[in-house]
Design a protein around this ligand. Sequence first.
Ligand code: NAD
Length: 502
Amino acid sequence: MTVLVKPQALPDVKVREFKMLIDGKWVEGVETGTIDRVAPSHGVTVSRYKSATKDDVHRAIAAARGAFDHGPWPRMTAAERSNILLKAADMISVRAEELAYLDAIEAGKPITQVRSEIAGSVDIWRYAAALARDLHGESYNTLGDGMMGVVLREAIGVVSIITPWNFPFLIVSQKLPFALAAGCTAVVKPSELTSGSTLVLGEILMEAGVPAGVVNILVGMGADVGASMTSHPDVDMISFTGSTGVGRLTMANAAQTLKKVSLELGGKNPQIVFPDANLDEFVDAAVFGAYFNAGECCNAGSRLIVHRDIAGDVTARIASLSEKVKVGDPLDPSTQVGAIITPQHLQKIQGYVSGAAKSGATVAHGGSQIDFGFGQYMAPTVLADVKPEMAVAKEEVFGPVLSVLMFETTEDAIRIANSVDYGLSAGVWSRDFDTCMTIGRRVRAGTIWMNTFMDGAAELPFGGYRQSGLGRELGRHAVEDYTETKTLNMHIGRRTGWWMPR
Ligand code: NAD
């Protein structure tokens, strides 16, 4: 059983129409194509975006290039840029409910959860505004009487920002304010499934005083619009969040002109639990970690690596708590798990569950889709008796599916945790300091949570080891990512050279 929150039909919903933002103007684009977004929760069209072509990409990149090479933005003082970012943060707060509705209805995310994502995004915009004023280089007055060195940080230039559908507003907020803080200009492409909130952000930025051409926003398919944005010679850097497969393509495209690349990719994140852990807290965090955002989360704690002595008890408690999770209407404030992004993705998730069952895993809870008559939903699912070599234990399922694996020794747990291609995040649960620190040091992942899961803050860097990505977002170095380093090497006094007499 699962607690169901049946969505109300939306027969008279108004379709919201969006244009694209190029050089400070809202335009239709070179061709008249549109992309319709059908709400995954309700099965009706809710948004219609103008679809960009390669010509629109060229225009947007030309606008960003012009705004960087000749415009005021990179030449403003950091305080001026910072004030505009702070104004944008305030305006995001004012339009928070509109933004939350768009992400909830386009992505199927629970409205209560999205409200906190928008509040978290406001915090990140403010943090980036503060960092803008602290961006500085280094000086060396230690190179001898005749020499001084100054190391400058300069904005890198035009950045292509490409984002996925699972956290539409939060992820663009982990990139764009830092690029702007550094003085860069940008062309942004949100996922074609969830572009609404990023386009509203465009309105906010124009109103906050970001000059024309500094931020351009295009909607379109990855294979043409995204690919053009990653290969165009006038782009200096790519900041991409999405799947590991597309991340690989992005890097290959960028290689043609040796662009700087920042990649935030997939994960297959383990939570390792020892018998001495606070199991009440762990069970709660396991259920949260696996079902948050319907498991459509790069950080999902999709692999539980449980000590053999407690595996039966823990699995039973997780299955029992899974029954209480509220699944259904994303617009209902009590919902914890919303809809699955597309029918095709639901099929993929179900394929992993049936494949695991065929390979010998046991379905301890859930396992099937939930039918409300429209939209697509999946029951929170617990798979027991999962072995590390099964596909469900190695690959990113991206659905509310939790796999329970067992270990006997700490070495076993570390080996299983590190046995996948990913290394985004991991959790360890134990009251023993040595155990936590051993796991913390030996598991190869960008974030390790100790006796907690999926917490975060703008101050803490986030990103992956191995095929989970390249580079880090957030944290105090986040603005530096969008800069180049330049050395000014200066001579003082008479220079004694090769041919000059000493
Ligand atoms: P995706 O890779 O299919 O798409 C991501 C973006 O790339 C979209 O805007 C898409 O249109 C675009 N794109 C697709 N093909 C492209 C191409 N050839 N060239 C350029 N752009 C292209 O990913 P998705 O399905 O939207 O998102 C889910 C994935 O994102 C998961 O793998 C998840 O783990 C990952 N993700 C990672 C993080 C992180 O911070 N590490 C955060 C959220 C999501």
